[in-house]
Every structure is written in structure tokens, then in C-alpha cells.
Design a protein around this ligand. Sequence first.
Ligand code: FES
Length: 346
Amino acid sequence: MSTSQPPMLNVKGREISVVGDADRPILQSLLDAGIDYPHGCESGLCGLCKSRLIHGDVRHDEYYESALTGVEREGGLILCCRAKPLSDCTISPVMQEADLPGVTQFQAPVLGVSKLTHDITRVTVAADPSFVFLPGQYCRVSLPDSDSRDFSMANPPGQGHLEFFIRTIVGGRVTDGALKSLAVGDALTVRGPFGGAYLREASLGPMLAIAGGSGLAPIRSIVRCAVDRGMRQAIHVYLGVRAARDIYLESELRELVASHDNVSVDIVLSEPDADSRHRAGFLHAALEEDLHGVDIRSWSAYVAGPPPMVDAVLGVLRALGISRQSCYADPFLTSADVARRDAVSA
Ligand code: FES
């Protein structure tokens, strides 16, 4: 390729050619050209933009190994959201768009705003009738006069409304600013769905549903959908929070256990009060203790929460023998996490 010519990006099987840019991720060039290409986080996390590099050369910005393993990279796979073209490239998506609901955007009127804990707010909005998502997926949400953030749907699909659990980050423009004045009747801009950590209904083995903090949103959607649809395998729910004041929806979780004999719930506090009646410790340590000696090779695990917690939990589960393919996680990144990551990879 001559240095004066920008790289061409070709999508195999779709007769698509787009002019790329050596300084921009391939995914960005495709999306800007109006190409509907599989993607989710755009951050090297979810793996949904994973593609086979049939021809050409790329360099990757930093990404998570859970999205693309070393073996996959050596085998010719790339993450289009983190790969910048060094030459003309021909790619083919590993995930076909038909596997997931299409991405749409709509204005969602706010139906309710209520506090779940001192720093987590439930926002309920009306869903566009054409909007379809899978339990565990998330959307890019813009509050009025504010930037967008990613929030998971906390309720099962098909209810006509969407629930988001929004944790206030002190000083955050969205979660500490726009959220404070949000009221019924305001409209949010919702774009999605995204994410690969959705419920696999065909899976028959026992299920771990593990949430840290506001990560309970996608886990709640997954678990409620699993029991509503009659999945009969054991479903072990773990919720990890800091202290008693951070626990939410406990009575709903206990009710789920009372009405479904295949569901169990463990709430684990990392900084319990002296008189706490809950289990103390870290989520990954609790899992290690509970699953030590258990054959979990046929199990699946859905994990949602802050990246350090997700990494620690996945590390323990893999050491205990669960397969990488059976672990599903879309770690939640704050805007500060994203800025830090982009600074590292710039
Ligand atoms: S969109 Fe590329 S890893 Fe998520």
C-alpha cells in the first residue's frame, strides 16, 4: 500500500468496501460508513466485534483477554473495535448479526424514579414496541442534556418497559448531575441492545449468576427470565456489596428462593458491620469456598460488576474447572475507567 493511500476495508461475503484510517479502529470506520457490523462495548471487552482477519495486517490497542485470547489472536482473529489497519484488510465477523437483536434508537419517556439504596436509583422507562433485547444485555442511555452511559436492563424482556439501576458516582456528570433532576415525563435517548453476556436458554447445566453492586441489574434480568421460562437447573445467585446499607432487592431475592426450589441466593459483604447477619468476605473467596471440590465443568456463569471483581471471580471459576466458553461477562466501566484505558492505549 502506498503511504498516501488510506487502507481499504473489505467485509467478506457482503461486497462491502470502506475507506479506512490507520489511526482509527476498523469498527469505527465501518459504523461511520453506515455499515451494520456486529459490536457491543466498543471497548475491547465483550468480544462481539470479533472477526477473522482474512487478509491484511492490523495493530491492536489494549483490550481484555476475556474478549480475545492469545490463542484466538494467533489463530487470526481480531477485535475490530481495537484493531487499526496497517494495510488493506479483508475481514469476516465471527458473530453473525442474525444471532442478536438489531440495534435501534428511541426516545423513552421516564415512568418512574426511585431509590434502591443510598447510591443506587431505579429508573423505569417505556420501551419502544419494536425494541427487542436478550436478558443480560445493555443499552447506551442519554439522560436529558447529558452524555451517554451504558446501563443494563434489569427486568426481563417483553414487559413493555425497561428498568435501569444507576449507581451515583460522586462528582459524575451523568450519575451525580443529570440523574438528580430526572423526573417522570422526561425522555431518555436509548440505543441498543448491546452485549454478549446474555442468557443461554439452551444450556442445561447448573448456573452461577454473580453480581457486584449495580451489576445485579443484568443478573436479575437473567435470573427472572430463566425461572419465568421454566429453566429447571440449579441457579445459584451471588450478590456482593460492601456493607448492609448497600444491599437492595433482598426481599425480592428471598421471594425468588421461596417460590423456586432450584434457586439459591447468597449475599456477601466485603465490609460488614459488627452485628451483620450476612456472610462476610469477597465474592471470589465465597465462591472458592462453596465450590471447592465440586465438578463445575458443565456449569455456566454470568458475572456482572466492576472489572476487578469480575476478573477475580472469573479467575477463581476457571481455576475450579469451568470452561472459558461457559463464562459470560460484560464488566461495567465508569467513564473514569474508559478514560484511563484510552490514555494507556493512546
Ligand atoms: S465491541 Fe469490540 S470487544 Fe466489544
